[in-house]
Ligand binder design. Structure first.
Ligand code: GLN
Length: 304
């Protein structure tokens, strides 16, 4: 498979989408990012790397961090995790409160904000040094020790984080947050503020592409069965209320973020990440979705 040729073709084809969509601006710091950037990187299980555009540029991973939080929470809680959240797609926006109220403070899944805020509470309670342990885990997965939080982005989001604060309050009311709401939210925003490049994300997601390889990164261990199950949640819940559309058009498990990044993988083949800040109305990168649709169409590889 000539992945480089395919990525080069994709890069040319997505130029026609220049200017389509809007970058997230509800987090003030994200409104400052140049929206005309685009990068893509694919790494195979054998370690071959293919890249185009701004694949080396770091960006705000935002909700992609929920995958890393889930890996940590699952490794510590095991099946008990599902007492505090579900694992069904929500069909509503990532920051919706509607279901949370109807379902008495039990988030539908770990990849909506409510679920990730509960995971933030779990990590704060269980980890000896949560801020350090989370970033060390991400660095180990990505194989790069310079990956870091961006405290300016985290603070910028916190300063306007009224909706997430409302979600946290509702969770606390229903006894699904044990710790202090303020600290739980601060850690949630910090996890969202991690900056990584497409190349680093593609490498990190290789860990999920091969569930038969032992998952053990900086002491975070998952069994093969747990990795498979995490992958199932990425497939069904990884793209907000567009998970069905993403399955239909792309056919890979993965996770998107409002920074414009999408990380995905093809089981037993590769990890891939694409980034471009302009989003569609559901909060997914316009160029990112198109690029991955073209990738699985051109390669004729997907989980289906
Ligand atoms: N930090 C963002 C928020 O809570 C993450 C959302 C996202 O990427 N979907 O709104």
């Amino acid at each position: 498979m000539d992945y480089q040729q395919i990525l080069d073709d994709i890069y040319l084809q997505v130029q026609s989408l220049a200017g389509v969509g809007r970058q997230a601006d509800y987090i003030p710091a994200l409104a400052q990012v140049d929206p005309e950037q685009m990068g893509m990187c694919l790494e195979t299980l054998d370690g071959d790397l293919f890249a185009v555009g701004d694949a080396q540029v770091r960006f705000s991973i935002q909700s992609i961090s929920k995958v890393f939080a889930l890996a940590m929470a699952l490794s510590m809680e095991g099946e008990n995790l599902w007492q505090r959240m579900g694992r069904e797609p929500s069909g509503s926006t990532f920051n919706s409160m509607v279901l949370l109220e109807v379902e008495h403070g039990k988030p539908r899944n770990p990849f909506i904000n409510a679920g990730a805020i509960v995971m933030s509470d779990i990590l704060l309670e269980r980890l000896p040094n949560p801020h350090r342990d989370f970033i060390h885990f991400v660095r180990a997965l990505a194989g790069n020790d310079s990956i870091a939080y961006n405290p300016i982005v985290a603070e910028s989001e916190r300063s306007q984080g009224y909706l997430n604060a409302a979600i946290a309050n509702l969770l606390k009311y229903h006894h699904n947050i044990k710790g202090d709401i303020e600290q739980v939210l601060r850690f949630y925003f910090l996890m969202c503020s991690v900056e990584m490049s497409c190349q680093e994300l593609a490498h990190a997601f290789l860990a999920f592409a091969n569930h038969r390889r032992p998952f053990d990164y900086n002491g975070v261990k998952l069994t093969a069965s747990q990795v498979k199950r995490m992958n199932a949640i990425m497939q069904t819940c990884g793209f907000y209320d567009e998970a069905g559309e993403f399955s239909y058009l792309v056919g890979l498990p993965g996770k998107s973020g409002v920074g414009g990044g999408i990380a995905a993988f093809c089981p037993q083949r590769y990890g891939v990440a694409v980034w471009s800040p302009r989003l569609n109305s559901k909060g997914n990168s316009v160029v990112g979705m198109k690029a991955l649709e073209l990738l699985t169409t051109d390669t004729e590889e997907s989980i289906f």
